[in-house]
Structures are given as C-alpha cells and as structure tokens.
Design a protein around this ligand. Sequence first.
Ligand SMILES: [Cu+2]
Length: 159
Amino acid sequence: MNRLATGLFGSALLALTLVSPAVLAAEDEKQVLKQHPALANVNWDAAKEIVVDLDDNNYEPGEIVLKRGLPYRLRLTNIGVQAHDMVGGSFFEENAIALKMINTRVGRVTADRINSVYIKSKNEAEIWFVALKTGQYTFFCSIPGHREAGMEGIVKIVD
Ligand SMILES: [Cu+2]
C-alpha cells in the first residue's frame, strides 16, 4: 500500500517534471503572442537601419519614409548639447508601427507601445518596429521651446 502510494506519487512528480517545460514554453509563447502579430517571424537581421540625429533644435533628417510591412531599426542619436526627445505625435499614437523594443546603452525595454523616447546629450536609442499603417505622421520634441524652434518631423509610411 505504502509502496503503491509512493509509486503513484513518484509518477505524479515525474509527470509534473515532464509537463512543466512544455507549460513554460506555452507561457513564453503567450508572452510573444501578446506582442503585435506583425512581429511574428520577422527577420531582424534584415531590418533597415534609419538614423535620425537630434540636434539643438532640429531632427536630421526631418522626414523619413518607410515601407509598410518592413522591419526597421530607427536609431535616434542626440548630437546636441541639450537633452531631446521624440514624442509621437501621431507616429506613436495612431498605431502606425508594431513596436518590438527599444535598445539603449544601459539596457533594453520591451513594450507594446511608447509615447516618447528621451535621449540625453551624446546618447542614443534604437527603436525596433515594423511599419504598419500607411499615412503621414508627426513627431516632435517636447522639451519646452524646442518644438517652437522647429524641432518636429514627419514619418511617411507608404506601400
Ligand atoms: Cu529638443
């Protein structure tokens, strides 16, 4: 009786041990699936890098053109003396992109959505995303006075 109980208990433990990795894998998959479907099976090695310099007080270039459905790494480099940011504007707010993550020198942020990216002088951040919706979108710097001084830009997503 005791042996049988031990045997059953042992089997249950074994079964749990065998099932657990699969359950964990399924949980991982759910995590991935929470991200936008457009991010599935993207070959990020093929992602096009686009560099936008943030200066005092403008973006260079001030207009970028993306193709719908393609992956990009948008590298924002602050070459100015002051801190700047990139605030959507309709670019981030209207689901124009499927966001994968943001890479910075100090780490990586994974998020479904962002409102803005703040970059100190002589720093940079890289936004990984897939262009989703065709249209013309805006972004700007929200540091007081910068937008008024001309620090705004346009993203066009085309077919
Ligand atoms: Cu600025």
